[in-house]
Design a protein around this ligand. Sequence first.
Ligand code: BQF
Length: 292
Amino acid sequence: MTLIDGKATAARIKAEIKEEVDQMVARGERRPHLAAILVGHDGGSETYVKNKVLACEACGFQSTLIRFEDDVAEQTLLDEIARLNADDTVDGFIVQLPLPKHIDEQRVTDAIAPNKDVDGFHPVNVGRMAIGLPSFISATPLGILTLLQRYDIPTSGKKVVILGRSNIVGKPLAQLMMQKLYGNATVTVCHSRSEQLREECLSADIIIVAIGSPAFLKADMVKEGAVVIDVGTTRVPDATRKGGFRLQGDVDFEGVAPKCSFITPVPGGVGPMTICMLMQNTLKAGKREYYQ
Ligand code: BQF
């Protein structure tokens, strides 16, 4: 069993990005600039945005954090997005999700200019990705593909089972995994209503779990020698930890790991790669590589 070290892989890629940024600056070009909009004070969102700002520093990027309170009007957010769309000094920006209930997340996402949408959530980027055109690709699916590549794990012709059908992970991952240029795999997407879930998983060479249900994938659902990728990051209370919680993945790691050829841990697996791929997208935005 090989543990896939997402933290070390992300650190290596961030160092590669930093080198490229140093060369850009030496040529007299601007550093890539990422802006992030954070609404409210949710503990998870605060941590995720902090991770993104720190990653920008590691890559030599400029970053700007824009905060609003929980009760911000939707129109105020839309106005800020219009301002960022028009600001030539901002290469890309994100709106940290989830947003408070009174704000329509789709309306907010639709307002972001596709060529600054480094999260790859805008329908134009989702559609372009789905038909294999240049686009910004959602960071978690891209991080998973990158980990598989860097660990020389073959996907072409393999049976990949994805648990979860979210717009941010499961659906785009299925699209990429089936495409010739990325996974070239045979893809099955399972969800809360799927029948024969255990049998589906047992037939998989690669299982990717993104359902947000702690320790859901058990040893009796995994084929000997399978590759298991854990996307879960549920915060569960834990008085023994500083901060009072720990991250729990969607995989019963203790039980599943001994059966695997490769497995990602939580923390330190997919999570750091998600942040790192956001940096990679921001570098692309800074180089104006898309929609020229
Ligand atoms: C790690 C996210 C659910 C909903 C919205 C490193 C992150 C997490 C874990 C992180 C996530 C999850 C992010 C680890 C960003 C991933 O060491 O295991 C980094 O910061 N993430 C987000 O921005 O929004 C979310 C999960």
